[in-house]
Design a protein around this ligand. Sequence first.
Ligand SMILES: Cc1ncc(COP(=O)(O)O)c(C=O)c1O
Length: 439
Amino acid sequence: MNSQEIVELCQKHTMYSWSATGKVDPTAISRAEGVYFYSPEGKRWLDFSSQLISVNIGHSHPKVVAAMKKACDGLIFAHPGAATEIRAKLSKRLAELVPGNLNTFFYTLGGAEANENAIRAARLYSGRPKILSRYRSYHGGTNATLQLTGDPRRWANEPGMPGVVRVMDPQPYDYSFGSTDAEKTENNLRYLEEVIQYEGPKTIAAMIIEPVTGTNGVLIPPAGYLQGLRKLLDKYGILLICDEVMAGFGRTGKLFAFEHGNIVPDILTMAKGLTSSYVPLGAMAVSDPIAAHFKDNVFWGGLTYNAHPFTLEVAMAAVDVLIEEGMVENAAKMEKVMQSEMARLKAKHPSMKEGRALGLFGMIDVQKNNKGDFIAPYNGAAPAMGALAKHLKENGVYAIVRWSSIMCSPPLCITEAQLKEGFAVIDKALEITDAAMEG
Ligand SMILES: Cc1ncc(COP(=O)(O)O)c(C=O)c1O
């Protein structure tokens, strides 16, 4: 089939997420390799967003593809109550890799289900009902996880699950807790402690955070925040859940983003990079005390595809490739290249407000004037950003463009030359938003 035939049938017979189907303009993709993907006609795109910031090891890695083929000759499915060799081996491997006392895993189909089970585990373990979450966050598209989510995708699904209290991030959208990291951390945590007092500390089971916020801004926490938060929550016996669905598995230049803050959460959730999206899989890791609780107490959660052997085989192969080929280290090394490319563009383009990167987790914000106002309002669009996105697509770069931002998060196997290739196209695209500057 050619691109047009594929697109027409997809639009006719499928619904697209977070969209009116008549308004989507999907790209037909037929093949992908490394940091590139291709249309049926052979048009090539540099994947500057790792699809959904998830193909961490790059596309069609031959070792993982071979492992998938081999896994087809083995045990493809077993009911979740079974014990399988791959369940044993992958869980042992992850227990060795994940820092601290997070040694016990519950496998799901993706990130939302991992978070659903994380809040379930926290409530069952603590006996408390409420969960704290932050406004600048995305935790999944299910009823409960959309309530944990701050991002406007929540709105149409409200009221949804009760018991979630959302608080401001250390970096709110249009407000500041201070000018230095120390001020931001101190003021945000003081505010948070007051919220905890108002809510009743003994009613709060856990707080869920993205240690580096993803879709809602690639927000790197101010220095001291993660440690301060951990300490504050400990004071009130509130569990810390780190949602590393997007930031985990090397994206930030460390295996997990919470490692940048020298903390370990009580519960960790992961998905995307666990299999680099070669198959759908998520997981929740719980600390030893929580695991011990569920040795004697029922964990009231389950899924037909919990610990699906085929997906676990793929995870093992993908994690092996990530570690053995030094991709986490490469992400840390490429951070400098990304930062220097961003600095180069910032010096040149008046419409570039800011660029930031931790590892290969990067974002460029675009402004409409020299006062630093975002080009598009919160949850809004700007015609020049639409034109910028079109330019990127036409010129062979796939990067998620949302509101006023461009996501720069390619696969972790990217080379310096390939990274520069992407920024050269973004460089030209920013001329469009420069021309739309209001002064
Ligand atoms: C931080 C975070 N948590 C949870 C999710 C939901 O994961 P999934 O779409 O696999 O359910 C996402 C998806 O983008 C995410 O970025």
